[in-house]
Design a protein around this ligand. Sequence first.
Ligand SMILES: Cc1cc2nc3c(=O)[nH]c(=O)nc-3n(C[C@H](O)[C@H](O)[C@H](O)COP(=O)(O)OP(=O)(O)OC[C@H]3O[C@@H](n4cnc5c(N)ncnc54)[C@H](O)[C@@H]3O)c2cc1C
Length: 330
Amino acid sequence: MTDTIKHIAIIGAGIAGLSCATVLKQADLRVSIFDKSKGPAGRMSTRRGESWECDHGAQYFTARDADFRAEVLRWESAGVAGIWRPRIKVFDGKSLKDSESALERFVGIPRMTSPARFISDDLNLTCQTTIQEIQKSPDGWLLRSAERSWLVDHFDAVILALPAPQATTLLETQSTDFAAVAKCANMRGAWAMMLRYAAPLDLPFDAVFVNDEPLRWLARNSSKPGRGGDETWLLHANAEWSEAHLEDEADSVANVLLAAFARLGGPAPQAWSVHRWRYADTEPALEVGFLWNDITGIGLCGDWLNGGKVQGAWVSGRELGQRVVQTLAR
Ligand SMILES: Cc1cc2nc3c(=O)[nH]c(=O)nc-3n(C[C@H](O)[C@H](O)[C@H](O)COP(=O)(O)OP(=O)(O)OC[C@H]3O[C@@H](n4cnc5c(N)ncnc54)[C@H](O)[C@@H]3O)c2cc1C
């Protein structure tokens, strides 16, 4: 008997890929998600050590879109997200002032990866699978992974829920103008530094928006709800400095960022680690929402197509999912 249920492949288990998969699954389509990492969440990530952990990608998210807000409420009810109320300051290089921003800031609980893990529990996700090539055959889309070569399944549609440069690589062998759109997106890097201390720091803030190179943000990770383990702080370098120093050695980056933290009263940590994000944000982020070709059955979603950030990525994936359902229902 021929299997008539459409089978969709999603490459990328960040929040965009997961929200897309959820819509497709709710429409009773068969969905297989592949991610190169050990787990889902993408840039909503948390580094974990023996007695510590630290969100080193997205720091918090806002929820102004009505559908995203409803989803965040679902996460809150499940105990995997909640509001973070840090004491926030703004530093202009000379003085520290209270932030006037009254935004409602949400975080994953107990860590930033928690919402993605919660969503993916209901989905068919295969991790540690790096897709290196996609190919359209008469029977559907084929995927080649670094770990297992060509996968046996043929897919009716393929969704690239990836940062633009990683989508560009997979689109290179395709005759589609989506490659040109992805190639034009200017995604920028960011250095992140995680600091560990034996005891809580006595500083007059939990987070600072820094308008003074090299930093743009710092936060006391331990002030977020539900965090355990050692006292942990996070520093983010700004895009301009990060781009200029993307290939620098970890030690040299750490020295500069620690000196910047010291100017705000931050003491030397007991231990530290750094992480280089090659694709942190997009300047300017596009506002097209998503891309979809209903003849070839290929789609793209992600933050870079929808204003950036967690909320934009989730909405992008959801809207692409809805479009795919409409197309396949015809
Ligand atoms: C340093 C930093 C700070 C940030 N701060 C904030 C913030 O405070 N607030 C906010 O809202 N947003 C913030 N963001 C942005 C936010 O994290 C992203 O907008 C959002 O998480 C993007 O989701 P996505 O699903 O579009 O992409 P991603 O989360 O990048 O997901 C893409 C997934 O694709 C996988 N992948 C890539 N290539 C392949 C391949 N070839 N095969 C298989 N899998 C592959 C990756 O492993 C990843 O899991 C920040 C990001 C960074 C890096």
